[in-house]
Design a protein around this ligand. Sequence first.
Ligand SMILES: Nc1nc2c(c(=O)[nH]1)N[C@H]1C(S)=C(S)[C@@H](COP(=O)(O)O)O[C@H]1N2
Ligand SMILES: [Mo]
Length: 269
Amino acid sequence: MPETEDNKPAAAHNDDELSPETRRQIKRRNFLSFATFFTAGGAVYGGWRWLYTAPPEKPGITAGTHKPLRRALNKTELFFRNFFSNNHLVKTYPKAMAAKKVRVNSDIGIEDKNYNMAAWQLQVVKSRNEVLKITIEDIKALPKTEIIYSFKCVEGWDQIQHWAGVRFSDFINHFGLQEQAKLSYIGMETPNKGYYVGLDRESALHPQTLLAYEMNDEPITEVHGAPLRLIIPVKYGIKNLKRIGTITFSNTRPRDYWARQGYDYYSGL
Ligand SMILES: Nc1nc2c(c(=O)[nH]1)N[C@H]1C(S)=C(S)[C@@H](COP(=O)(O)O)O[C@H]1N2
Ligand SMILES: [Mo]
């Protein structure tokens, strides 16, 4: 009778036929895979417990997360900052693609409907005892730069928008702030100090970063941050402070409204 699948001798599949050596090997492998499974599982659980019970950060510039997570965030920041280059530009679009109905997100620090816009002046803290006071006319007299790009909010929306104003780096040079701008950070706050952001100097000096006073070729409206707001395309919306009141320079991180609630301080794109 010819050999088929059905009548093949079963011997090769019969455990009884395995040599003692093969049996030992199978036992050993079974043991190893279970041991690996439980050890790895234990490590994952241990790691999670470690993270979960790790002390939270001290409230301050940043807060709201466990310390190891912040260390990871800071490492991520360093990684991305190494890649950051002022020659790398954010993608821009033709003017016709800019939204006519520009989204309004939040109004922290600019809620006051009776704000005296005419009295507005930008205060630039040069040193402990020197504060520059700059009017909107002074700023409009500088070369105007426009940008049409995709504005991105961490809350999950983005929109192609058209802004114009003075390049922050042009502003620095015009007002003789080159020395101050060598410090690592720039802080910006609303006139009432209700909203504030901290920026690393490289991002602030990026050629697409603007102190903007126009949106869609018109003066910026109150809800969008009149008379002057920050447009910093290399960052998420949270850093794009509306209605700038003061600008400061420092080597330590300036306070940052959303970083205090646990958001990433760098918030780069
Ligand atoms: N003063 C101030 N600036 C602010 C905010 C704010 O609440 N107050 N919100 C930020 C956030 S989260 C975003 S997404 C943008 C939104 O700008 P828009 O309202 O012009 O769209 O402004 C940023 N600047
Ligand atoms: Mo946002």
